[in-house]
Design a protein around this ligand. Structure first.
Ligand code: TXA
Ligand code: MG
Length: 404
C-alpha cells in the first residue's frame, strides 16, 4: 500500500496509569482507554505488520516489528529514510535483549554497569548482531545492532504487549527535527500511517545517547551524545569499577577521536545526511568567547540590519531561540521591518530544561511561519553537548556576534 493512503488516528494514552511492578516485565494498566489503545497498537504492529507512532522518554518513535524485514521496511518508506542508516531496536525486558544477542555472548562489564544505572532509559548500546535473528535491513549491513530499553511507560508497555522488539527511529520525515509531542508527528506524517499514541510531551526532548563499547581497548565511544550525559557515564563507571587502572575512557566522537571509516558510512545521525532542519534556515549565533579569539565578530545590531528584506516594504519574521536568562533578549527590541517570535528555552544553568524544549522550539517557530530562526549557542557541558550537536546540524550557517 502506498504510504499516503492512511487515515491517521490519534489515541491518548495515560502514562500514569501504567506501572511495571518490580521483578515483573508485564505492565499493569489501570486505565481502560489506555489498555484499549495499546492493544489496538499491538494489533497494528503484530497482526497487520504496520507502523505505529509511540512516545518514548526521549522523542516520539515510529515503530514496527524489528524482526520482520517487511514490517521494518515500512519505517524507511514512511520517513523517506535512506536505507543505509541503521535503526535502533527497542526492548521491554532483559529477557528480550538476550533473545537478540548471539548465543553465548558475554555482555561486557562496562555495559552491565551502564544498563544497571541507565536502563530503562535514554541510552542505546551497540551489540554484535546475531545474523540468525536480526534482519540486515535493521542494521544496514553493520556487524552491530543498536538496542535500548525505553523507560516511557507507554513505550515499554507497548513492546511488552506486542511481545516483540520494535525498531523505531524518531517519528519525523528524514532530515526534520525530531518530534517531542504527538501534534508534531501529526503535522508531519498525517496520512502516512494509521496510528499515533499520544502520551503527552516527551520528558528528555533529545534522542538517546548512542554508545559503542565493543572495541578491544574496552573504552566507551559516544557516537551520538544524548539524554544520558557523558558526565553521567563517567560517574557511574568510576563508582562501580574499583580497579582504578581499568576504568574505561569515555570518548566522544569528533571531540575526542575521529573515525574515517564510520564517517564515510552513515552510522550515526548527521554524519552524512541533513538532520534536524526545519523548513526555514536556522542561523547559529556564537556568543561564548572563543579560545582562539581570532574569528571575525559582527555587532548584533549590524547583523540584524543585514537580515531585513531589501525592498523595505515587507517585514521579515524572525524566530529567536535562546536561554531564558540570556543577555541576547535585551537586544531583541522592536525594529522596523522585523517581527520577532521569541522562544525562551530554559535557564542557562539547567541544560536539561533547554534540551527538553529545543525541538519543540524549532517546530513551534516553524508552525508560526517565521522566515528565519536564530539560535544562540550554549556551553557544551552535560546536556549542552547533545544540544549543540543537534543545533550545529540544524544550522545552515553560524555567525560570531558581539552583543552591543
Ligand atoms: O531516543 C532515540 O534514540 C529515538 C527513540 C525513538 O528511541 N530514536 C532515534 O532513532 O533517535 P534514529 O533512527 O532517529 O537515530 C538512531 C541512530 C541512527 O541514525 C543510527 O545512525 C544510529 O542510531 N545507529 C543505529 N544502529 C547503529 C549501529 N549498528 N551502529 C552505529 N550507529 C547506529
Ligand atoms: Mg532521527
Amino acid at each position: 500500500m502506498a504510504p499516503t493512503e492512511f487515515t491517521t488516528q490519534v489515541l491518548k494514552c495515560d502514562p500514569s496509569s501504567i506501572t511495571f511492578p518490580s521483578s515483573s516485565d508485564e505492565p499493569q494498566i489501570s486505565s481502560e482507554a489506555t489498555l484499549e489503545a495499546l492493544k489496538l497498537a499491538s494489533h497494528h504492529l503484530v497482526d497487520l505488520g504496520q507502523t505505529v507512532v509511540f512516545p518514548t522518554e526521549t522523542v516520539y518513535g515510529l515503530g514496527a516489528l524489528a524482526l520482520d524485514a517487511t514490517a521494518a521496511s515500512k519505517i524507511f518508506l514512511t520517513k523517506g529514510r535512506p536505507p543505509d542508516n541503521p535503526l535502533i531496536v527497542h526492548v521491554s525486558s532483559f529477557k528480550m535483549l538476550h533473545s537478540l544477542l548471539p548465543p553465548g555472548y558475554a555482555i561486557p562489564k562496562s555495559y552491565e554497569i551502564l544498563m544497571k544505572h541507565f536502563w530503562p532509559g535514554a541510552l542505546t548500546l551497540l551489540f554484535p548482531r546475531n545474523p540468525d535473528v536480526v534482519p540486515t535491513i535493521i542494521t544496514a549491513n553493520q556487524p552491530t545492532v543498536a538496542i535500548r530499553m525505553p523507560s516511557h511507560p507507554v513505550a515499554r508497555a507497548l513492546i511488552a504487549i506486542a511481545n516483540a522488539p520494535l525498531a523505531a527511529p524518531s517519528a519525523n520525515t528524514s532530515g526534520k527535527p525530531s518530534p517531542t509531542k504527538a501534534d508534531h508527528v501529526y503535522r508531519d506524517l498525517n496520512g502516512k500511517l494509521g496510528l499515533i499514541l499520544d502520551g503527552g510531551a516527551c520528558g528528555v526532548g533529545l534522542e538517546s545517547t548512542v554508545v559503542d563499547g565493543l572495541h578491544e581497548d574496552g573504552n566507551i565511544r559516544v557516537l551520538r551524545p544524548g539524554g544520558i550525559t557523558v558526565e553521567d557515564i563517567e560517574r557511574v563507571l568510576r563508582k562501580d569499577i574499583h580497579d582504578l587502572g581499568n576504568i574505561p575512557k569515555v570518548l566522544v566522537h569528533k571531540r575526542d577521536y575521529a573515525d574515517e571509516q564510520m564517517e564515510s558510512a552513515p552510522t550515526t545521525p548527521g554524519m552524512k545526511y541533513r538532520h534536524y532542519s526545519p523548513a526555514v534556515p536556522v542561523n547559529l549565533l556564537l556568543t561564548i568567547p572563543s579560545l582562539s579569539g581570532i574569528e571575525p565578530t559582527t555587532r548584533f545590531s549590524d547583523y540584524i540590519g543585514s537580515l531585513r528584506k531589501d525592498d523595505g516594504n515587507e517585514s521579515v519574521k524572525i524566530g529567536v531561540l535562546a536561554a531564558t536568562d540570556s543577555k541576547l533578549w535585551e537586544f531583541i527590541q522592536p525594529e522596523d521591518g522585523i517581527v520577532w517570535c521569541r522562544y525562551p528555552l530554559g535557564p542557562l544553568a539547567e541544560p536539561s530544561v533547554i534540551a527538553h524544549h529545543l525541538f519543540d522550539g524549532l517546530l513551534s517557530l516553524e508552525k508560526e511561519g517565521v522566515h528565519l530562526m536564530l539560535i544562540e549557542e550554549v556551553d557544551e557541558d552535560r546536556e549542552g553537548l547533545a544540544i549543540m550537536n543537534r543545533v550545529r546540524k540544524a544550522a545552515s550557517e553560524s555567525v560570531r556576534i558581539e552583543l552591543q
